[in-house]
Design a protein around this ligand. Structure first.
Ligand code: MCN
Ligand code: SMO
Length: 781
């Protein structure tokens, strides 16, 4: 296993995570841990009905002052997520429902009290009169001619419809081979360990609203709160404490967040809401539910000629802020061709409004669905031309000789050897030996191997965000680096730490430039009052963007350190170097403290030749290309399927991945394992079904199955390190990749196992019931 030439504590080192020192001792501080005098807790009354007119709202006379309806929220605007994409329709997402509810769980009223339990009791005393409307419970239901309209002013239930056609008809007409597949992924919830939480208070001294919210995007949340509350951004400080996982869910500006901020700004007291697990399950934003209808055309060897696809996404009732309801479908259309060469492509996408909670990007953003669909297409083609699936995959992958490669949807693949990673994964999983062995194990279970290859676009550039038409999401990052008077280094960056390890890896990058020991580097993230602007921690952009900014700022500071050291050592700056925690020229050296002291405390002794700009710098960063940088991987899985029970057991799981230069290989592995665990949840377990009235059927963790250690295999991982030509240090993002491939690899392996029965499953989760049904369908009647 290559581990990136670990040098000391810099880029490539398996440095221990700085943040773990507090988390392992239980000294982290999350929204729920904050104590404040006079703090009042908030509970929400949520709609029990998916679609209804509200006829009446009645407060309990005893608790009227502690109960709030939409009319009480004077001056508050609904959440409106704008996009300049042609044809996109805007929804008005009320903070508290006005005259209609559009999903089960939509907030209608809030109550405040000394404790959450009392606030929940007050909620019980509020009465709402409903006039139930027909509910839209599926994409097909939403697109029916006479469908009930969620937003009647639209004239239909489509947030957006897109169409792309490079011209496929001619290619299709002469293609010798075709396959046609319908596939779907279930609706899911996202389950960060810590639910969403927000505590807001008014800082009288600063005359400022302070919002401690569990978020991935503090600077964006400030803009959103300012918009909804009508308060200037400078009068809002978003100061997220520790965040116990985000996974995309905590990018959203939630109505509850606006409501709690409004309470604090209005009453000048502290208020808090923390989401409980049931609220997350039935009222929190959803993810993953895609439906695919794909016709693929190939030559007799299985070389792809054309794809003709239709993708529908069940996007729920309102657009999430800041990404809209349409990011998933748009991303699905753009990413479907995956890591393959493809000359002809047609794709229609539909983002359908339904009476369900809003739909949000979740680790992998559309790509788990896209990979699931595309990789099944590759396997189906291989079956049709009677070749091994990995061979057909290899022949279709963009080869290293074609890099950099711009594909049919204008994705610019920067570097890497995709076929090599596939072949390595095939060897790791032992395909040849497996094919030479029995198809069933000694318990009679069917055995199979499946592959999935993908690219992970990370660190999308400013032009990508501009092309998505999102006015409040710029896509660049800044960081500040400062040497203190006693020779330590402080990093301040607006990106936030959500568990992914940036406190450590940003410090490693600063160490790479300055050689200040890691233990003397302090990292402050996220607080809008203390850090420069960041677009936020999502889209696996953190280490490329914020890391790039830290690298530049640290490089500037390193130059100034050298300039002062040169003066102290009486040499030219070019003769100065860093080593062993000191600054050297020939045999003489000074310490970082000497530098700090010289600059801050004895400036009178420094000559004009020393750079006078100080020992701190703020730098911004965006990579040299705007489409981002592309990591890639192949996952390979070997598993057993019990045809009687439908149970799947994963026997071996191998990953070959390449995220460019690894800043910290241990963290890259942790990221990949964590993502893959979530991907296995998507593949085998997690599902949030709704009935025909759009009632959620999974409201506890007994109905919604999350994988735990007993459901997960020991992942085996091998790294490649192809540097990106476009990013600082050649780094590419990795935070989502692990979650992208498991549904595809696992379903391909199940279908390989079931091939003797002629059965195939086309849905995830591949639950025992679905597998038994697939086998039953395949039986000749
Ligand atoms: N890394 C590295 N070398 C690389 C690439 C990444 O050492 N070549 C490290 C980074 O330094 C960072 C981590 O891997 O510590 C993830 O980096 P990156 O890929 O830049 O992702 P972000 O910092 O932007 O984090 C967001 C990303 C996303 S989009 C989701 S979703 C996700 C993820 O990270 N959510 C997470 N990983 C998560 N991990 C945890 N524990 N919790 C979440 O909510
Ligand atoms: S879903 Mo990750 O926050 O892009």
């Amino acid at each position: 296993m290559s581990s990136g030439g670990a040098v000391g504590e810099g880029i490539g080192a398996r440095a221990q995570r700085k943040e773990d020192a507090r988390h392992l001792r239980g000294r982290g501080r999350f929204v729920g841990d904050i104590h404040m005098p006079g703090l009042r807790e908030v509970a929400f009354l949520r709609s029990p009905i998916a679609h209804a007119k509200i006829l009446s709202k009645t407060k309990s006379p005893d608790h009227a002052v502690d109960t709030f309806f939409s009319d009480d929220l004077v001056g508050v605007a609904p959440i409106v997520t704008r996009s300049s994409i042609p044809g996109y329709k805007v929804s008005q997402y009320p903070i508290l429902a006005t005259d209609k509810v559009r999903f089960v769980g939509e907030p209608i009223a809030m109550c405040v009290a000394k404790s959450r339990a009392i606030a929940e009791d007050l909620i019980e005393q509020v009465e709402i009169g409903y006039d139930e409307l027909p509910a839209v419970a599926s994409c097909a239901g939403g697109r029916r001619d006479n469908a009930e309209l969620l937003h009647p002013e639209w004239g239909d239930n489509l947030f957006l419809e897109t169409f792309f056609d490079s011209g496929v008809d001619e290619v299709i007409a002469r293609a010798p081979i075709s396959v046609e597949l319908e596939m779907s992924c279930a609706r899911q919830t996202m389950h960060p360990m810590e639910g969403k939480g927000v505590l807001a208070w008014w800082d009288d001294r600063a005359d400022q609203l302070v919002v401690h919210t569990s978020t991935q995007v503090p600077h964006l949340i400030r803009a959103g709160l300012a918009e909804c509350l009508g308060i200037a951004q400078a009068q809002i400080r978003v100061a997220p404490p520790d965040v116990g996982g985000g996974f995309g869910y905590k990018c959203l500006l939630q109505p509850e967040e606006v409501a709690v901020a409004w309470l604090a700004a209005t009453f000048k007291k502290p208020f808090r809401w923390t989401e409980d697990r049931r609220e997350h399950l039935v009222a929190g934003a959803n993810a993953r539910q895609h439906e695919y209808h794909i016709k693929a055309y190939a030559d007799t060897q299985g070389r792809l000629l054309a794809l003709d696809a239709e993708v529908s996404v069940d996007t729920g009732a309102y657009s999430v802020w800041p990404f809209t309801a349409c990011l998933e479908a748009a991303q699905a259309g753009g990413n479907l061709p995956g890591p393959y060469r493809l000359a002809a492509y047609r794709c229609r996408t539909y983002s359908v409004a339904t009476n369900k909670p809003p739909f949000a990007p979740y680790r992998g953003v559309a790509r788990p669905g896209v990979c699931f669909a595309m990789e099944q297409v590759i396997d189906a083609i291989a079956q049709k031309v009677d070749r091994e699936a990995w061979e057909v995959r290899r022949d279709n992958l963009v080869p290293a000789s074609a890099m950099p490669y711009t594909n049919i949807t204008n994705k610019h693949y920067d570097s890497g050897d995709y076929p090599e990673a596939l072949v390595a994964a095939k060897n790791m999983i032992g395909l040849e030996a497996f094919r030479a062995g029995p198809r069933r194990d000694d318990r009679g279970r069917y055995l199979g191997i499946g592959f999935a290859s993908f690219t992970e676009q990370s660190a999308h550039g400013t032009k990508v965000f501009a092309s998505w038409g999102l006015p409040l999401v710029p896509g660049f990052d800044q960081a500040h680096v400062k040497l203190t008077p006693d020779g330590a280094l402080e990093i301040a960056a607006g990106i936030h730490t959500i568990g992914q390890g940036l406190e450590t890896t940003l410090a490693q990058i600063a160490h790479e430039q300055t050689r200040v020991p890691l233990k003397h580097i302090r990292v402050t993230l996220g607080d809008t009052a203390m850090t420069p602007f960041s677009t936020g921690a999502y889209a696996s952009r953190g280490i490329v963007m914020s890391g790039g900014a830290v690298s530049r700022a640290a490089e500037v500071v390193a130059g100034r350190i050298k300039s002062i050291a040169a003066h102290l050592l009486q040499v030219e700056p070019a003769a100065v170097g860093f080593a062993e925690g000191r600054i050297f020229a020939a045999n003489a050296s000074v310490s970082y403290e000497d530098i700090g002291r010289a600059w801050y405390l004895r400036p009178d002794q420094l000559p004009e030749t020393v750079n006078t700009a100080g020992l701190e710098a703020t730098e911004g960063y965006k990579p040299d290309v705007d489409t981002g940088v592309f990591s890639y991987a192949t996952h390979a899985v070997r598993l057993a399927v019990d045809a009687e029970t439908g149970l799947v057991e994963i026997l071996d799981y191998a990953i070959v991945e390449d995220c460019g230069r690894m800043v910290n290989p241990m963290i890259v592995e942790g990221q990949t394992y964590g993502g893959a665990a979530q991907g296995i949840g998507t593949a085998l377990f997690e599902e949030s079904p709704y009935d025909d009235n759009a009632q959620p059927l999974a409201s506890t963790l007994l109905d919604y199955i999350l994988p735990g250690p007993t459901e997960l295999p020991s992942f085996r991982i091998d790294h490649r390190e192809t540097l990106s030509p476009y990013s600082a240090h050649g780094i590419k993002g990795v935070g989502e990749g692990g979650a992208i491939a498991p549904p595809a690899a696992i379903v391909n392996a199940i279908n390989d196992a079931l091939s003797p029965l002629n059965a195939a499953i086309r849905q995830v989760p591949a639950s025992p019931r679905r597998i038994r049904e697939a086998i039953r369908r395949a039986r000749p009647s």
